[in-house]
Ligand binder design. Structure first.
Ligand code: S3P
Length: 201
């Protein structure tokens, strides 16, 4: 379930102290596509949560939704996130709704949470050109459904440690943007007991 790192460790890797990087954001925000090159550049493993959910349930996501409802899906998603949270040095592409379950934040906040935000219009265009079935958007008016989700979830995505507005960059460029932005939130205090200490005065 994990792609192994192929390159040597990135200089940021030791500063991360093994903390997982959780990519959050709406469907179509590029979490899976940019997560892979990010993990590769960092020398981290990569996990895409959705396929792990499908593997555990033994069914594709649309079938989980139709048979168990959204609550059933969220319960499996939470279980998968818990298992992922036991591991370290991973870039994790989460499903867009992972932020809606408060218990998931216990796991997310053990790592670093990064919100990829392409904005409403870009999300809509991407989803229209994407063959992945998203049960929450299988309605007569997907744009309206997306707006409702955005309204509920935007304050939750805003809880991320790092927020990145993404445009039409390639997945590799988004990965580089994440790596460039990470040092801004890696203060010595956040780098754990092994980190260099600053002293006042
Ligand atoms: C969902 C997003 C999907 C998948 C499921 C529910 C959501 O993942 O987990 O269809 O609630 O936003 P992606 O964000 O990878 O499309």
């Amino acid at each position: 379930m994990t792609d192994q790192p192929q390159n040597g460790p990135h200089p940021l890797r030791s500063r991360l102290g093994g903390r997982n990087l959780y990519l959050v954001g709406m469907m179509g925000s590029g979490k899976s596509s940019s997560g892979r090159p990010l993990a590769q550049q960092l020398g981290y493993g990569f996990v895409d949560a959705d396929p792990v959910i499908e593997q555990l349930a033994g069914r594709p996501i649309p079938q989980i939704f139709s048979e168990d409802g959204e609550d059933g899906f969220r319960a499996i998603e939470a279980q998968v996130l818990q298992a992922i949270g036991q591991r370290h040095s991973l870039v994790v592409a989460t499903g867009g709704g992972v932020v809606t379950k408060p218990e998931n934040w216990g796991v997310l906040h053990q790592g670093i949470v990064i919100w990829l935000n392409p904005g409403r219009e870009r999300i809509l265009t991407r989803l229209q050109n994407d063959s992945t079935q998203r049960p929450l958007l299988q309605t007569e008016n997907p744009a309206e459904a997306l707006d409702a989700l955005l309204e509920t979830r935007t304050p939750l995505y805003s809880e991320a440690d790092l927020q990145l507005s993404v445009g039409d960059q390639s997945p590799e460029q988004v990965a580089t943007m994440v790596l460039d932005a990470l040092p801004s939130i890696l203060t010595p205090a956040s780098e754990g007991p092994g980190a260099p200490q600053t002293t006042a005065g």
